[in-house]
Design a protein around this ligand. Structure first.
Ligand SMILES: *Cc1c(COP(=O)(O)O)cnc(C)c1O
Length: 390
């Protein structure tokens, strides 16, 4: 049976697994060897060639998850992003990037591209005209990220694929926030799917890794660069990541469900000014999200009313952790003003719609009622302590 014919949970559990021919164990054995025979072998294996048995196995799983021919695993999400970009851009080329991107990606472009002689433009918005107006003669890549962080704005994947194909431009998407469970951009013709596997693929806040999925031809091109730069993932972590992905669909679906319920609950709360969750009908891009996503993910953000003290609210949380990063099975929350967007000026944050009272919430798999009780406690705690201060 072709891997692509399997249902999602079967892909997560089995695609790519290595047969334990020696002991007949149920899971992929872990091969830590960094030295393999070179005579009379089909493939000369070496960790930095990205082709040890465990790397090869996991690449197959990643490819199947994104409905692509091939995949490649890296030491971090940023390694995946930077390799994809540099493999397809050279001196004199131009790239159009979506306005709002992951901070690390933005920094990579603005801090590193000049020395490679690569030109870049960020769009003014998320619509077709915003992208088309930035395309030039030498544009080789269009790069998007949807849903975006932290306001969960949605870019029309099909539209991007169409405007790029008409002009022979390669398309790349950072699909981290959706995960391959909620969104398969290859279905809409996107060429290269990029993931920070540190997030939903890893899912337990204990692995740093990255992944790319694309056609064999595109992956070969990225591999040619990757073997020279040398950012492969250790086989032990590869093996852990394979284990993590086995439960990815179960985890992500539980997170989707929790997030939808919590978004609705927060949306009705008098101390919440606004909820940004693409699953809510009042989200500006709800219909677009409904069209291109299979689930709305566990990521959302919400803005407290101005009279609420964000610090007091956060102090009142006992279950939901105040930590960076996202997409683990545990719920976490952060203030973009103090973390991901701290380096922006207050004016720039305001321009991007990031209020000081905005909180980005990564919903985990805990019981919905326990999460609601925790939020309730935080609202009560903040209200009570604010009164005491006055
Ligand atoms: C975390 C993240 C990255 C970078 O991944 P690392 O594993 O931290 O290098 C890229 N894109 C998005 C959307 C992310 O959330």
């Amino acid at each position: 049976m072709k891997p692509q014919k399997f249902g999602i949970n079967t892909i997560c559990t089995h695609v790519g697994e290595i047969d334990d021919t020696q002991f007949k164990g149920a899971i992929s054995p872990l091969f830590m060897s960094s030295s393999y025979a070179y005579e009379n072998v089909d493939v000369k294996r070496y960790p930095r060639y990205f082709n040890t048995p465990n790397q090869e196995a996991l690449c197959k799983k990643v490819a199947a998850l994104e409905k692509c021919e091939a995949g490649l695993i890296f030491g971090s999400g940023m390694a995946a992003v930077s390799h994809a970009l540099l493999a397809f851009l050279q001196k004199g080329d131009h790239i159009v990037l979506q306005k709002t991107l992951y901070g690390g990606t933005y920094n990579f472009v603005v801090e590193e591209f000049e020395k490679f002689g690569i030109e870049f433009s960020f769009t003014q918005g998320f619509k077709e005209a915003d992208f088309v107006s930035e395309i030039k003669e030498n544009t080789k890549v269009i790069y998007i990220e949807t849903p975006s962080n932290p306001l969960m704005l949605i870019t029309d994947i099909k539209m991007i694929s169409r405007i790029a194909k008409e002009r022979g431009i390669v398309t790349m998407i950072d699909n981290t926030f959706a995960s391959p469970i909620n969104q398969n951009p290859a279905d809409y013709g996107i060429d290269i799917m990029i993931h920070s596997a540190t997030k939903y693929m890893g899912g337990h806040s204990d692995i740093c890794a990255g992944a790319v999925a694309a056609s064999q031809e595109h992956i070969d091109r990225i591999w040619n660069l990757a073997k020279n730069i040398g950012g492969s993932l250790s086989d032990y972590t590869v093996w852990l990541l394979e284990r993590s992905i086995k439960t990815m669909a179960l985890r992500v679906k539980a997170q989707n469900k929790n997030a939808m319920k919590l978004a609705k609950w927060l949306d009705k709360h008098p101390l919440v000014a606004r909820v940004y969750y693409p699953g809510l009908k009042n989200h500006p891009d709800h219909l677009l999200a409904k069209k291109q996503m299979k689930g709305y993910s566990g990521m959302m953000s919400f803005e407290l009313v101005e009279t609420m003290d964000v610090n007091l609210f956060m102090d009142g949380l006992q279950l939901i952790k105040q930590t960076m990063s996202l997409a683990g099975v545990e719920s976490t929350i952060l203030s973009p003003t103090k973390t991901s967007h701290a380096l922006l000026s207050p004016e720039e944050r305001k321009r991007q719609g990031i209020a000081d009272g905005l909180l980005r919430f990564s919903v985990g798999i805990e019981e919905k009622n326990d999460l609601i009780a925790d939020l309730k406690h935080a609202f009560e705690y903040a209200t009570k302590n604010e009164l005491l201060h006055i």
